[in-house]
Design a protein around this ligand. Structure first.
Ligand code: IMP
Ligand code: MG
Length: 182
């Protein structure tokens, strides 16, 4: 990984911290007296989720699912495969699905349909980033950190070919990185 792999910083560490604290406060307000489960979608949501749960002040359980949209490129294929399911039942619980980014919306649309069949009390979506310009299905997140333009971004959990998740900020990936891999 070289510094030149990142074209520019889109969201700084400070901006991320402030926004995540704000989202946690809102979620704490909305879920008072509820049975909340935060469901992280592996692996991209892990960094966001670990910060988010620490700014939530109501009782909260956490669990994870792993899904893959076939293919490892920068565009999603629309076909979603469950790689790891929940360890528990969610009937009667308020499920908050946490994602790194909502792009075409295919992944979350598929996932929320699947979860709905398990009779949770409610399902909502919290996404750190939203790219509404690329939406292919009608899905709206309930909590959004930042609405961003149609650029491929990495860092703070988001990857390109499994790299860059450890960057403390969100940066725009230089197209030269993925163009040289094609
Ligand atoms: P969707 O199904 O198209 O909404 O895709 C959601 C998934 O695609 C996310 O959870 C990410 O793993 C991946 N993704 C979409 N856009 C980006 C991006 O700009 N950077 C990194 N991953 C992305
Ligand atoms: Mg990903």
């Amino acid at each position: 990984m070289k510094d030149s792999d990142i074209k520019s910083v889109l969201i700084t560490e400070e901006q991320l911290a402030a926004k995540v604290a704000e989202m946690g406060a809102q979620i704490s307000k909305d879920y008072q007296g509820r049975k909340l489960i935060i469901l992280g979608v592996l692996k991209g949501s892990v960094v966001f989720m670990s910060d988010l749960i620490r700014s939530i002040t109501v009782p909260v359980e956490m669990d994870f699912m792993a899904v893959s949209s076939y293919g490892a490129g920068v565009k999603t294929s629309g076909v979603v495969k469950i790689l790891k399911d929940l360890d528990r039942l969610i009937a009667g619980y308020d499920v908050l699905v946490v994602e790194d980014i909502l792009d075409s919306g295919m992944t979350l649309s598929y996932l929320t349909e699947l979860l709905r069949e398990r009779d949770p009390a409610s399902i909502r979506i919290a996404t750190l980033l939203d790219k509404p310009d690329r939406r292919k299905v009608d899905i709206k997140p309930d909590y959004v950190g930042f609405t961003i333009p149609d650029e491929f971004v990495v860092g703070y959990g988001l990857d390109y070919a499994e790299l860059y998740r450890n960057l403390p900020y969100v940066g725009i990936l230089s197209p030269s990185v993925y163009e040289s891999n094609q």
